[in-house]
Design a protein around this ligand. Structure first.
Ligand code: FDM
Ligand code: MG
Length: 228
């Protein structure tokens, strides 16, 4: 049951490949926490409702062209524009569930194959953003992803881009990383995955007060950055 004396909320990020079921799982998690009377919010990136988000939306739909660096920084700016409100919500005891965050930001840009856009470069504008207390990585095999239907019409929804994104995500998972990343096998039924997600989230919410105040993403958070 919800504990009214809990001091701060948890910042819970759900990351992973397209078709891993991120949005459905975020929605289910949000409903479950509300049902348990926890103060909860569900946000997603890109947030297409803001002026920056509208530029991103137009780019993703192929209605505008932008330099690779520019669009990358817009994705990051789209997170920065709500960074303070995330912070405020967490301090008010609200648990914030986030559908895609800095991992997607760095990986999708690095997957473009532009030699000037390394993972290292792509991570830099994320430094200082609220740091997730828990990052749930929904892992899905290419075979399972393929079974879940074809791509839509947006930019990045191509086989070659998705393969590079997948490989980059997997290479990150292979690296020794921080405790706050939890890999979830997303190739199972919706209910099984939801159950697997709820457990570490509740555990994290129970522990946040002992973790202390919300932290910031550092240059080495999550991604042990090399030079490539
Ligand atoms: N995407 C998403 C990025 O390239 N960078 C980012 O920082 C974020 C948050 O935008 F292809 C990509 C990932 C995806 C596209 O995302 C739209 P949704 O989750 O499919 O709406
Ligand atoms: Mg999509």
């Amino acid at each position: 049951m919800a504990d009214d004396k809990a001091n701060r909320g948890a910042l819970v990020v759900v990351e992973g490949l397209d078709r891993a079921g991120k949005s459905s799982q975020c929605e289910l998690l949000y409903r479950s926490l509300l049902d348990m009377n926890y103060k909860t919010k569900y946000i997603r990136f890109p947030d297409r409702s803001t002026p920056i988000g509208k530029q991103i939306d137009s780019y993703l739909r192929g209605q505008s062209q932008l330099d690779d660096h520019s669009i990358h920084l817009l994705f990051s700016a789209n997170r920065w524009e709500v960074a303070q409100s995330i912070h405020d919500d967490i301090n008010k005891g609200i648990t914030v569930i986030v559908d895609r965050y800095s991992f997607s930001g760095a990986v999708y840009t690095a997957a473009k194959g532009n030699p000037n856009l390394s993972l290292h470069w792509a991570w830099q504008p994320e430094v200082g953003l609220p740091r997730p207390d828990l990052c749930l990585f929904l892992s899905i095999s290419p075979e399972e992803a393929a079974k879940r239907g074809g791509y839509g019409v947006e930019r990045y929804e191509t086989d070659s881009m998705q393969t590079r994104v997948r490989n980059l995500f997997l290479s990150l998972l292979d690296l020794p990383h921080n405790d706050e990343i939890c890999v979830i096998d997303a190739g199972r039924s919706v209910a099984e995955v939801a159950q697997d997600i709820l457990e570490p989230v509740l555990e994290c919410m129970k522990n946040v007060d002992s973790i202390g105040p919300l932290k910031k993403l550092g240059p080495w958070s999550f991604i042990p950055i090399g030079d490539n």
